[in-house]
Design a protein around this ligand. Structure first.
Ligand SMILES: *Cc1c(COP(=O)(O)O)cnc(C)c1O
Length: 356
């Protein structure tokens, strides 16, 4: 459906396909990497106690209370953090800030499919570098040189990667950023489920940015809040590009409360990681190829004689949504989000039925 008033490249593009959010029928969602646990009670209190008459006014444009909480929890100066309406909004701001029409934006393949969509909207070329067959990072210096030659101004490194779930060595990210001449965005949407992260690279290297989201480990996908860490000069530029009031008043307060409840957050992450370990073992016992994951999902290939797409349909019939990608090379894998222990128990009962 095209309109003659719309930019040709927008008419031509498909747009991002989010994971399904079913309406009505009771299903167990293991398809969008949401957290099975509720947000912190401190979040509930922050929303309940919010002075609703204040909604008459615009919120603090710089999300002050949230930035304040971030400086406390992450130990970074206020000038090095920016809040966004989800990290997806931050990604849009980064594309608008670093890449002009005709410039190239780079990323590894496979990775988060929103990057290519954002490049299309901006009229940028998209340069993708294949991961090794085991989803590991190729020689970092070579990748950086290729990205330089391709004219990339911005390069996304997703760590842990989606949809594969693995982490690249920090040393690969560091080496890449040292050789690459543009801005490097380390998208750390799943870092809280991993054993390490790249936040300190922001101090080491002036071209590194790190993104975090409240959607996964903080159980706040519906609130829409993300954070961007970078050097002062970059944050200063991003403030010019963002919407004046990009994070709503209630979200600022609720996200700050979530951040400050570090004990609750640690407990939820520990539970997800424990369930992840048992889920990996159980999938492997059923004959799945299931690489270790540093995130809250697994990327598993069904046992010989089984086809991922068919299993997707059978699981759906049994009331379980998982994610399947119609992309050559990874189209015989299912991405399975880690649910609660009870959800995974029910999932395996259904899965065993589907494999018969
Ligand atoms: C979920 C996800 C995001 C989006 O996070 P929001 O804050 O919900 O917009 C960004 N990057 C990756 C890799 C993700 O998986």
């Amino acid at each position: 459906m095209n309109s003659p008033f719309v930019l040709a490249r927008i008419n031509a593009m498909t747009g991002y396909t989010p994971g399904e959010q079913p309406k009505g029928q009771p299903v167990t969602k293991l398809n969008t990497n949401e957290n099975p646990y509720p947000p912190s009670p401190a979040v509930v209190a922050a929303i309940r106690d919010f002075p609703f008459s204040d909604l008459r006014k615009y919120p603090p444009p710089g999300s002050d209370c949230l930035i304040q909480a971030a400086t406390q929890v992450y130990g970074v100066p206020a000038g090095r953090v920016l809040a966004g309406n989800g990290s997806d909004e931050l990604l849009t701001m980064l594309v608008r800030t670093f890449a002009g029409e005709g410039d190239a934006i780079g990323a590894m393949d496979p990775t988060y499919s929103l990057y290519t969509v954002l490049a299309e909207i901006q009229g940028c070329r998209y340069f993708s570098v294949p991961l090794r067959p085991d989803f590991s990072f190729p020689d970092a210096e070579t990748v950086a040189e290729q990205a330089n030659e391709a004219g990339c101004k911005l390069f996304f490194i997703t760590r842990p990667n989606a949809p594969t779930g693995n982490c690249y060595p920090i040393e690969s990210v560091r080496r890449f950023a040292q050789v690459f001449q543009g801005a490097v965005v380390v998208d750390e949407a799943y870092a809280d489920f991993a054993s390490d992260n790249c936040l300190s690279l922001v101090d080491e290297l002036e071209n590194v940015l790190v993104l975090r989201t409240f959607s996964k480990s903080y159980s706040l996908a519906g609130l829409r809040v993300g954070l961007c860490f970078a050097r002062e000069a970059i944050i200063h530029a991003l403030h010019k590009v963002r919407d004046s009031y990009n994070v709503d008043f209630i979200a600022q307060r609720a996200a700050a409360a979530a951040l400050l409840d570090t004990a609750y957050h640690a407990e939820c992450c520990a539970k997800v990681k424990a369930t992840r370990a048992t889920t990996v073992s159980r999938l492997r016992a059923l004959g799945f190829d299931c690489p270790m994951s540093e995130s809250n999902f697994l990327f598993a290939r069904p046992p010989a004689g089984q086809v991922a797409r068919d299993l997707l349909g059978k699981l759906r019939q049994s009331g379980f949504l998982v994610r399947w990608f119609d992309i050559p090379g990874i189209d015989n894998r299912l991405r399975i989000s880690i649910g609660s222990d009870a959800e995974m128990e029910a999932f395996f009962a259904a899965l065993e039925g589907c494999l018969k």
